[in-house]
Structure formats: structure tokens, C-alpha cells
Design a protein around this ligand. Structure first.
Ligand code: HEM
Length: 412
């Protein structure tokens, strides 16, 4: 299996420099954070069997760019585009300027910058349609959806993630400069989680409802994650499905933009908010447990004879009996300007325009993602406060070596 490596070239800080322990969140264990060195020069390897930015450690900032191919971007031109973009990504993620980069100082502190590419159906139609995965198509239409074309579809996605919003912005500009001869921008979405070092690394993030979000994910590198994300190790996952990767070391990416009505959510008291998901807000423990990673007990009954974790709670509905109906979620929060006073935007009229750029990676969309989404669209208590407003599905090709480029198999 492909691993990832994080390299830090930073010299340790001088004693006393930046080394202030900060108690960031009372109520959460292990919150003493000591910032001992600047993280700007940390890098995540670009070259390798798999693309970075899928199950490598999650950074603080992300930009997703959906591109539509121009009519004259045929297979040859597409291959030129991917060579150029691969070269840019390889340089920028390692702290070097892109080719002809006039502002290479902006690339000097990549702060774990990663660039990940995904292909929509059109890329296969213009190159090798026989390699198109069967699941590469829009998700079914759901009654809960209010999809906005401004966040839906796209022929190519570029996912840029990093801990420094400045190097993320620079990468975005460099990549778009090289893409513009071949494609137009369909949409851009920017998101964030906690700043790096605001809490210990690997702490599960919180979304803008205050929930700890990502607990149920398979642990990157574990057998389960290898199977769920990359289709490795048939038969050892205890599931019933035959999870074949569409191409070795490739995966799929579903991006759903989901508006979260924070203002109406605020009207619920804490126990009601916890009941909607089935987990506590403080530690993220299931309502039947004490610690974040305790297994939920869906059979446990409360004093009134009703299940402690409601049958319509988000975690009950999202959990399948088949362990292969699972995904790896790597979401980012968004928080845009609120609607003008009196206007309604995506169900939100108050002081917020917030939500989740919900991103899920799995080997096979139809076998793993869609059954869960079907179930949640049918019944999920959380739906009262959330509206999906964007949707896109991409195939994520494998990584490449220094003499190759991302997507090369489609041009062979
Ligand atoms: C679990 C929030 C949308 C799939 C959770 C948890 C929270 C949460 C707080 C519990 C902690 C955890 O395991 O991460 C949200 C919010 C959403 C949203 C705020 C929308 C704004 C979705 C969607 C899907 C999904 C669209 C998939 C179609 C899951 C899964 C779990 C989960 C699979 C783990 C369930 C388990 O414990 O087995 N979500 N979620 N969620 N969510 Fe969501």
C-alpha cells in the first residue's frame, strides 16, 4: 500500500520562541498545544502511487475548483493540460514556484500543500471511454436537494488543500493560469477547518453546528480504510460487496455542498441538538457511551422505553449493516456572507450563510455512497436543518512518478 510522508525542514524554534501552551477547548481532553516551530515548510510528498490529499492528514484550508473543458480540448490538448498542471502541483507542493512563476516567494511556505485532481465523465468521453467507471455520473435526484448549477457538475476538479491560505491562494492562481487555455471555471468553493496547531494534530474537526465531524471514518492506513477508499484486500473487510477500484490506486470523490441553517439550529437546546445526530456535542461520544470512539449501542433503551439513539438520528440512518457501505469523509466548513437583510438564500435568512463542503472518497460510488445517501434522503432528522445545494462526482486517478503525469493512463 502506498503511504505518505510529511517532511519538515523547519529548524526548531529558539527556546521560548512561540512556545506558548494554549488551552484551546475546555472539556476536550489533551488540549495543551505547544507550537514549537513554524509549520510553513512542512511538505507532503507529491509523487507516489496515489495522489495526496485523500487520506493524508487533513489541512486547515481547501479550495475546490470545478472546470469545464473547452470544445477544442481534445485528448492531445487534455494531455498537455494535465502535464502542465502536474508539473505546477509537483513544484508548488514542495515549496518551489511554478514554471514562470513571478511570485515564487509565495510558494516558499507550502504548509502541507496538496493538489489532487479528479475527472468527470467528459474527460473519459474525450480520451478512453472504455476506462470510464460505471459509477461516474451524477447522483440520483433527491427530494431534499435544491441544487444550484453554480456548485454542480464539472469536467475536472482541482482540490487544493494546505495549512496556509496564502500558499493555497497562490497555487490556485498558478493552476488556473495554466488551465485557462483548455478549460473554463465552472465553480469555486473555499472551505476551512481549525487552524493547524489550534489543537493537537489528528483531533477530529468540528463543523459549524459545533459537532465533532468525522469520528466514524475508517482510520487512514488501516485495512478497513485501504478497502473502503482504495479497494485493497478483497474479502477481508467483512462486507458483502466486491469493491474493485476502477483503476489501481484510484478512487472516487463525491462533493456535496450542504447549506446548514445555523440560525434555526440555534433554537434547539443542547439535548435536542445531540439527539438529532445521536452523539454528544462535548466529546462526540455516542449517546450510549462516554468517549468519542465508543461504539454506539443502537439497541439501548431509555427510561421511557424509546431507543437512546433515535431511529431517525443521523448516525443511525448513516450506519449500514453492510460494513462495505462506507466512505471516507474529508469535509470542510464554509461560511459566506449572509443574505441581505430580508432575503432568503438556501433557506437561510438570518446572520449566517454557512454549511459544509461535504467530500467523500470511496472505491465505488454506487455500491458505497449512494445506498447511504438514499437512506439519508428518505429519513434523517438532520435534514430539517440542512439543504444540499451542490453535487458533483469525480474519478480520482492514481498518483504519478517524476517522469509521468496525473491521468497518464487515459492517454496511453
Ligand atoms: C456521521 C454531520 C451529511 C454520512 C456524522 C456525524 C456528524 C455528521 C456530526 C457523527 C460523527 C462522525 O462519525 O463523523 C453531518 C452534517 C452533514 C452530514 C452536519 C450535512 C451538513 C452527511 C452526508 C452523508 C453523511 C450527506 C452521506 C451521504 C455520514 C456517515 C457517518 C456520519 C457515514 C458515520 C456514521 C457511523 O457512525 O457509522 N455526520 N453529516 N453525512 N455521516 Fe454525516
Amino acid at each position: 500500500a502506498a503511504g505518505y510522508s510529511v517532511a519538515s525542514t523547519a529548524a526548531p524554534a529558539a527556546p521560548g520562541d512561540l512556545q506558548q501552551p494554549v488551552d484551546v477547548s475546555p472539556g476536550v481532553a489533551n488540549t495543551q498545544v505547544t507550537v514549537s516551530h513554524p509549520y510553513g515548510t512542512d511538505t507532503i510528498a507529491f509523487y507516489g502511487p496515489r495522489q495526496a490529499g485523500v487520506d493524508t492528514p487533513q489541512q486547515a484550508h481547501a479550495i475546490y475548483i470545478g472546470l469545464n473543458l473547452k470544445d477544442d480540448t481534445d485528448a492531445d490538448r487534455l494531455s498537455s493540460m494535465m502535464r502542465l498542471l502536474t508539473d505546477d502541483a509537483a513544484r508548488l507542493t514542495q515549496g518551489r514556484g511554478a514554471l514562470a512563476d513571478l511570485d515564487e516567494e509565495l510558494a516558499a511556505a507550502p504548509a502541507r500543500l496538496t493538489v489532487t485532481f479528479g475527472f468527470g465523465s467528459e474527460v473519459f468521453d474525450r480520451t478512453r471511454p472504455e476506462l470510464k467507471p460505471a459509477w461516474l455520473k451524477p447522483l440520483p435526484t433527491y427530494g431534499i436537494d435544491q441544487l444550484d448549477p453554480a456548485y454542480t457538475g464539472g469536467d475536472v476538479v482541482i482540490q487544493i488543500q494546505g495549512d496556509d491560505p496564502l500558499s493555497v491562494a497562490h497555487a490556485r492562481r498558478m493552476l488556473l493560469k495554466d488551465a485557462r487555455a483548455f478549460a473554463t471555471v465552472a465553480w469555486v468553493q473555499s472551505g476551512f477547518t481549525h487552524a493547524r496547531a489550534s489543537r493537537p494534530d489528528n483531533t477530529t474537526m468540528r463543523n459549524l453546528f459545533g459537532q465533532i465531524d468525522g469520528t466514524g471514518n475508517p482510520e487512514p492506513g488501516s485495512e478497513r480504510a485501504e478497502r473502503i477508499i482504495w479497494g485493497v484486500g478483497q474479502g477481508d473487510g467483512g462486507g458483502t460487496k466486491n469493491l474493485q477500484p476502477w483503476i489501481d490506486n484510484g478512487t472516487s470523490m463525491v462533493i456535496r455542498r450542504i447549506a446548514m441553517n445555523v440560525d434555526e439550529w440555534d433554537e434547539l437546546d443542547r439535548p435536542a441538538q445531540e439527539g438529532v445526530v445521536g452523539r454528544t456535542l462535548g466529546s462526540g461520544a455516542p449517546l450510549t457511551g462516554e468517549h468519542e470512539h465508543d461504539a454506539p449501542d443502537f439497541e439501548a433503551l431509555g427510561p421511557s422505553g424509546f431507543p437512546v439513539i433515535s431511529d431517525i438520528s443521523h448516525i443511525r440512518r448513516a450506519r449500514s449493516d453492510d460494513p462495505d457501505e462506507a466512505m471516507f469523509r474529508r469535509s470542510f466548513n464554509y461560511d459566506e456572507q449572509p443574505a441581505a437583510s430580508g432575503d432568503t438564500l438556501h433557506g437561510q435568512t438570518g446572520v449566517s450563510q454557512s454549511g459544509l463542503i461535504f467530500v467523500a472518497f470511496q472505491c465505488d460510488v454506487e455500491q458505497q455512497y449512494t445506498p447511504i445517501q438514499d437512506r439519508l434522503a428518505e429519513t434523517d432528522h438532520l435534514n430539517l436543518w440542512t439543504i444540499p445545494i451542490g453535487s458533483a462526482v469525480f474519478a480520482v486517478p492514481p498518483g504519478c512518478q517524476p517522469d509521468g503525469y496525473i491521468g497518464e493512463a487515459l492517454f496511453a
